[in-house]
Ligand binder design. Structure first.
Ligand code: E4P
Length: 217
């Protein structure tokens, strides 16, 4: 499974990148706002740091304008994945931009039917939003499972990018289902290392080590 980091915070990306666990990055207009940075500048910095796909989202709503914005974003670096919303116009933009050889991430996917259209339109990635479905008392992981089944049935090459990740459990379950990628906030990726039994076990080892009176260094 590939890990993308869902942030435009360059320092947070750098810390995870230095650990070797970053396969790509996703951003969106809300994350750009949170970063307080210029979209073109910060996206370029991220692309310089990370080798894998870096999603940068269009903000137009009509297909033609999305295509123009997508072409401009794609010029930032060769690892840009143009992010378009899963609307009718977004699908048109996806078809054109993917036809021109650009990676396209079709975002805001909330149904299996939408995911089928994204694959047919040539998306490189489709981003089903798990957490936002959970927020309205639906099961976001069920959607990941449904899309996995459908894509396997027809050998669709579009990668399932599990998004809107809120917990470590979301990541483990998406991995079990067979999502190709998860994109998670840095805080959730760091939480993956945590377990209360690890903390308890380490405290016990440290206490016993103290009693030996020995030193390694
Ligand atoms: C994905 O590409 C989106 O940026 C992101 O996962 C949205 O997550 P949210 O629902 O926590 O805003």
């Amino acid at each position: 499974m590939k890990f993308f980091v869902d942030t435009a915070d360059i320092e947070a990306i750098r810390e995870l990148h230095d650990l070797g666990i970053v396969d790509g990055v996703t951003t969106n207009p809300s994350l750009i706002l949170k970063s307080g940075r210029d979209i073109l500048e910060v996206t370029k910095e991220i692309c310089d740091l990370v080798d894998g796909p870096v999603s940068a989202e269009v903000v137009a709503t009509g297909a033609d304008a999305m295509i123009e914005e997508g072409r401009k974003l794609a010029k930032i670096a060769s690892n840009i994945a143009v992010k378009v919303p899963l609307t009718w116009d977004g699908l048109k933009a996806c078809k054109t931009l993917s036809g021109e050889g650009h990676m396209v991430n079709v975002t805001l996917c909330f149904s299996a039917a939408q995911a089928i259209l994204a694959a047919k339109a040539g998306a490189t990635f489709v981003s089903p939003f798990i957490g936002r479905l959970d927020d309205i008392n639906l099961d976001g992981l069920d959607l990941i499972a449904d899309i996995r089944t459908i894509y396997n049935n027809y050998d669709y090459k579009t990668e399932i990018l599990a998004a809107s990740i809120r917990s470590v459990n979301h990541i483990s379950e998406a991995a079990k289902i067979g999502a190709d990628v998860v994109t998670a906030p840095p805080s959730v990726l760091k939480q993956m290392a945590a377990h209360p039994l690890t903390d308890k076990g380490l405290a016990a080892f440290m206490a016993d080590w103290e009693k030996t009176g020995q030193k390694i260094l």
